[in-house]
Design a protein around this ligand. Structure first.
Ligand code: TXA
Ligand code: MG
Length: 339
């Protein structure tokens, strides 16, 4: 992180660029965003072009605080204000009915809009200085792993971006929880670190899981065919993982594994390098997940084996992202996410 003086200069430079329809990358507590003026068609087109994302795919509009909600959404239910009070700034995105005048490029032509107030000091400073909403998808090319450190953004876009605000590595590491408030019952569209149980405490009822049978809605999860890493990735239970690893290596395959916690002494043998030990605590795991996936993806492996994490709620965002990245995923029509 830089000195206040540099910080102010960078924020000013970012605001100047945003005012002329340019796109800049900024950190949030979850992942880095690729931000542009949500009221500018030029900026929005540039985001889609840089990301290589289909234009019917809606973006999240980031706000400095909840008081700006009325400028972007209409018929806001009381519960949205309560949720905003509890969780903003923070990793929760709310889907609401869009206000008149919101550009169709933001919402992918839908009648709803995704809004959130991020909990990162640089993002908030930028949003306050800019004074309006910033549309920002994760700052990665479509179908790739979200960036959680500034160097990931530079790797993705090289010199195509005029500015990457450097806020260090992201504290949360996986994308925000997305909750839709446009139908009778709240619907959880994407799991994140704010869990269904935490939401239920404020909502007074548990949000329903996404109904993927709904046709014509472009929500997270309807694109299941994109892989996060270029290297094939498989999620596999602990005992099978070691057998598979041994078997594949005997066949001469170059395989890396992400396991939970330290391997047994026997496996710490140098022969077993290319084994990454991941934290056994879900928040620490989430924080490192995308960085490890990106690093392994650069290792020229034939396959990445990932030990199945615990199947509990605290791990739901991680399990969701791993299933999305996996080439051996079981297509159950469950919630997934996109990039
Ligand atoms: O943590 C995050 O949410 C990060 C940071 C940068 O804020 N952003 C992020 O954006 O993950 P993106 O564009 O990669 O994912 C946004 C998700 C997409 O899956 C999109 O389908 C969904 O939000 N979304 C946006 N507008 C929607 C809407 N009106 N209805 C349903 N889903 C929507
Ligand atoms: Mg994304």
């Amino acid at each position: 992180m830089y000195l206040n003086q540099h910080r102010a200069a960078h924020i000013n430079a970012a605001v100047r660029l945003l005012r002329i329809g340019q796109v800049v990358s900024f950190p949030t507590e979850t992942v880095y965003g690729l931000g542009g003026d949500a009221r500018s068609t030029v900026a929005l087109k540039r985001i889609f072009q840089l990301k290589g994302r289909p234009a019917d795919h809606p973006l999240i509009v980031h706000l400095a605080d909840a008081t700006q909600l009325n400028e972007w959404a209409r018929d806001i239910p009381a519960v949205a204000w309560t949720l905003a009070e509890h969780f903003w700034p923070g990793p929760l995105t709310l889907i609401l009915k869009k206000a008149a005048g919101v550009l169709p490029l933001v919402t992918g032509g839908q009648d709803t809009i995704a809004l959130r107030v991020p909990a990162h000091p640089l993002a908030l400073e930028l949003l306050h200085a800019f004074g309006s909403g910033l549309a920002a998808p994760s700052a990665n090319r479509f179908g790739r792993v979200s960036p959680t450190c500034p160097e990931h953004v530079r790797d993705e876009f090289a010199d195509k971006l005029p500015l990457v605000l450097d806020g260090g590595c992201c504290r949360v590491g996986v994308e925000s929880t997305i909750l839709s408030l446009v139908s009778d019952k709240p619907v959880l569209l994407r799991p994140g670190v704010i869990s269904a149980t935490e939401l239920a405490e404020v909502l007074g009822c548990r949000p329903s899981p996404q109904d993927t049978t709904l046709a014509g809605i472009r929500a997270p999860g309807l694109l299941t065919s994109h892989y996060a890493t270029r290297t094939p990735l498989q999620v596999i239970n602990d005992p099978e993982l070691w057998l598979r690893l041994k078997q594949l290596r005997t066949q001469g395959a170059h395989v890396a594994a992400m396991i939970l916690g330290q391997p047994s002494l026997e496996l710490r043998h140098p022969h077993h390098k290319h084994i990454i030990t991941m934290p056994t605590e879900p928040q620490a795991y989430a924080r490192g997940l995308y960085r490890v996936m990106r690093n392994l993806d650069c290792g020229n492996y034939d396959l990445l084996l990932v030990e199945t994490p615990p199947q509990t709620e605290e791990w739901s965002a991680i399990n969701n992202r791993l299933q999305r990245a996996a080439t051996n995923k079981i297509m159950t029509g469950e919630i997934a996410y996109d990039r």
